[in-house]
Design a protein around this ligand. Structure first.
Ligand SMILES: Cc1ncc(COP(=O)(O)O)c(C=O)c1O
Length: 387
């Protein structure tokens, strides 16, 4: 039976053929240790890795590609940012839509570094956003850490407005772009982003085990890890220069090269086209199911959003709903809490979670119609069983 994959927020699937070919090339032709040895192949690998930094820098409008360090995923990047920026005895603003990759490092600061947190809620307009930020701002506020696009509701925070607010109030701006890189326009200069954390295996089409962090020039994080960098070998401690500061141990060459091909793929299709396609799928999905009487759709149905739609059927748990979708219709979704407990508190789904459909570039309208029909069938069955 054909599989219908709607779990692209967890990891994008399938990967474009060019990614598979690039990984294969990395393993077969370029298998050596980058940044360590001086033989021809090692230098070639080094060049490919630098080239990837340059492509990512262009993608996010980062001036100096060497300010980007590769990591294993967004969680690692966010830990480097939040725990490495030296926050203590201060206040940080974040949001109710954060993933645990942001919340847990922030709670660590709360527990260990006397940091107080405030939580911003999603709003309809930029005016309300700034008003709410202003009311949360304190004399000891040092930073805003925000999830650009929610992995539960697809809500998009206006990061340009927040970035300007940070600049005006001298706050560090840390952005989690896990759900937005490869969908939304991200420009660190225009959006005043000081630290940008990204993951490679979602909408950037890289393989799992890839991610990165951009740190604005002049900002030096405390490295959480120390070890071999292939350079500055006589220094007793981790070098203070990027990217070595945050790149400890052998790099994930196949993964980094997959990201290189992922950026090429996005550029060849066009980010606007990808965004339009994914948004249209989400909209079609919402249109098709919003008239079903026992279906609850979370988030604003009419507002522009990321390609993520979370729903419930009244009367059954989200895990049962996802299990039926998978067992009976071979549809892959994610039920439960999506590592975002506060988002579920905010939505009123803290007890039972919800089922998330997340669409990707390779999903088609036909697949959306199939999913909508499946939901209709389940919804009618539940209604019939109830009476
Ligand atoms: C908003 C958000 N932040 C962070 C992460 C963590 O990403 P990774 O698994 O690549 O560390 C995710 C993953 O689902 C996410 O959706």
């Amino acid at each position: 039976m054909r599989e219908y994959y709607f779990d692209n927020s967890a990891t994008s699937n399938p990967k474009p053929q060019c990614i598979i070919e690039k990984v294969q090339k990395a393993i077969i032709e370029l298998n050596g240790n980058p940044g360590r040895s001086g033989y021809k192949k090692a230098i070639k690998i080094d060049r490919e890795i630098y080239n990837t930094r340059v492509k990512i820098a262009e993608f996010f409008n980062i001036k100096n590609p060497l300010q980007i360090a590769f990591t294993s995923n967004a969680s690692e990047s966010l830990n480097f940012a939040i725990k490495g920026a030296g926050f203590h005895d201060c206040h940080i603003i974040t949001s109710v839509l954060e993933h645990n990759s942001v919340l847990r490092p922030l709670h660590y600061l709360e527990d260990e570094k006397n940091v107080t947190l405030s939580f911003l809620e999603p709003v309809d307009t930029t005016e309300e956003l700034i008003k709410n930020l202003s009311s949360l701002l304190r004399k000891d506020t040092k930073a805003i850490v925000i999830n650009h696009i929610s992995n539960v509701t697809g809500y998009i925070y206006d990061i340009e407005a927040i970035g300007n607010f940070c600049k005006e109030n001298n706050l560090l701006f840390i952005v989690d772009t896990s759900q937005s890189a490869g969908f939304a326009d991200i420009n660190v200069e225009k959006q005043n982003i000081n630290i940008l954390c990204f993951t490679g295996h979602k909408s950037l089409f890289g393989i799992q085990g890839t991610g990165g962090i951009y740190v604005e020039e002049g900002l030096v994080l405390n490295p959480l890890l120390e070890g071999g960098t292939g350079s500055f070998s006589k220094l007793p401690r981790q070098p203070k220069t990027m990217p070595e500061l945050l790149e400890c141990g052998t790099l994930n060459t196949p993964g980094i090269l997959s990201l290189n091909a992922g950026i090429d793929f996005i550029n060849s299709v066009g980010l606007n086209k990808i965004r339009e396609h994914e948004y249209n799928l989400a909209k079609l999905f919402i249109d098709k199911i919003s008239n079903l009487e026992n279906i609850i759709i979370y988030g604003d149905k009419d507002k522009f959003r990321g390609p993520v739609v979370s729903i419930n059927i009244e009367g059954i748990t989200s895990s049962d709903f996802a299990a039926i979708l998978n067992e009976e219709f071979n549809i892959c979704t994610r039920s439960g809490f999506h590592c975002a407990p506060l988002a579920h508190k905010y939505l009123g789904t803290y007890d039972y979670g919800c089922v998330r459909f997340s669409f990707g570039y390779f999903n088609t309208e036909e697949e959306i119609l199939y999913a909508a029909d499946a939901i209709k069938e389940i919804s009618e069955y539940i209604l019939k069983e109830k009476f």
